[in-house]
Design a protein around this ligand. Sequence first.
Ligand code: HEM
Length: 438
Amino acid sequence: MNIAVKVDAAEAAKADAHALPLDKINPAKVERFQDDTLWPYFERLRAEDPVNFTPESEFGPYWSITKWEDIMAVDTDHEAFTSTEGIGLGTLAQQAEMEKIMPGRSREMQLEAARRGEGSFIGLDEPHHGPKRKAVSPTLAPANIANMSPMVRERAGEILDSLPIGVEFDWVDKVSMELTAMTLATLFDFPFEERRRLTRWSDMFMNLPGHGPVESWEQKAAAIFECRAVFQDLWNRRVDAEPGIDLISMLAHNPATRGMSVDEYQGNVAVLIIGGNDTTRNTISGSVYWLNKNPDQYDKLRADPDLVVNMVSETIRYQTPLAHMSRVATRDVEIGGKTIKKGDRVVMWYISGNRDESVIADPNLYDITRERPRHHMSFGFGVHRCVGNRVAEMQLTIIWEEILKRFPMIKVIGEPVRSYSSFIHGYESMRVVIPARA
Ligand code: HEM
């Protein structure tokens, strides 16, 4: 999309957002995320109907929670809001298609398992969730991050040194995907030369046919089977070996997880692959994009590289790489003056809470000098708060410290291609050119 078309689309969206009846806004509409016209819909909801009900949509009926305090109230009340009924708005059509291809793994069976306390820990409630989360957290904790960071720095430097100068290329592919794949391979102790398989599997899990690398439902299912086979083999080898600090060893040796079923292990692997990939990748791409859109901020960063840490958090807020998380009410509960009924689906729009003008001053400004840059909702709150947040911040900080040593400018060419998703808020590709080395 060129800039003029983008401006027209933004104007049309603004008019549409104000013309629609509130119950027809359906803020999860995927197309608006792909063409970056989502903002006025959330602006209107925050102002006029912060706890909004969409009675009918391609995702079924759902509540949208769009203001900071209300999102916080839902996210921190894991008794009233369960994670076992699915944590993202998946399309019903997608579930039905996958069930046809992968018999024996129906959505209903997966939900039943989660209610019993089996499944990937992002989709479990207490008391099952906590001990399983604890099994992987040492790998993602500060001590291990400190051990890993010299290696991440060296690899980040190698990626940057291999980039062409004065020639256009795709930043998403050459940098964002590559760095996150390298880090994830290290966290899993996955064969390093095969690291881009992790990126591919993550993309195959998350995309619908016609988007990203997914061509058909069959091809998507085949990739899932392939990933499962490779990770089963890794488990079999780690379970009898001396325990290491990698994520698979942690799962294979911790008393809370070593007896997991195959499906439960594979569910955890999928969450770690997706968690470690898309989010960080899109923040790396987002940082280049937003610094280009805000040249005064890019100037400040160049003038004072100590601002990198602040810039990283401001980008995580501004980008909000996971636009939402979803829950289902376990009882009738009042949020923002509305009664959410037992069994209703609730969507916490972090992407809107991060622009809530009553909590963040000038929230639509990208400002890398904010006093409290970590004051954002992008990692969620409560028992499921992102367990990988320090790993993400470490990678982003290191890549930018290394970029600033090497390149005065990374110039974005045109508009990026955005992800077709209202869950992952990111970029499929982004053309850039690096005019010169420092
Ligand atoms: C900028 C990067 C990242 C963002 C914005 C992000 C965002 C999130 C969010 C919103 C949640 C759910 C919070 C909630 O429900 O309250 C979450 C959970 C999680 N994230 Fe991240 N994440 C990022 C990076 C990572 C990385 C690098 C990893 C792993 C290496 C990771 C692994 C996980 C896992 C395993 C969970 C589930 C935690 C639980 O259920 O207890 N994330 N993340």
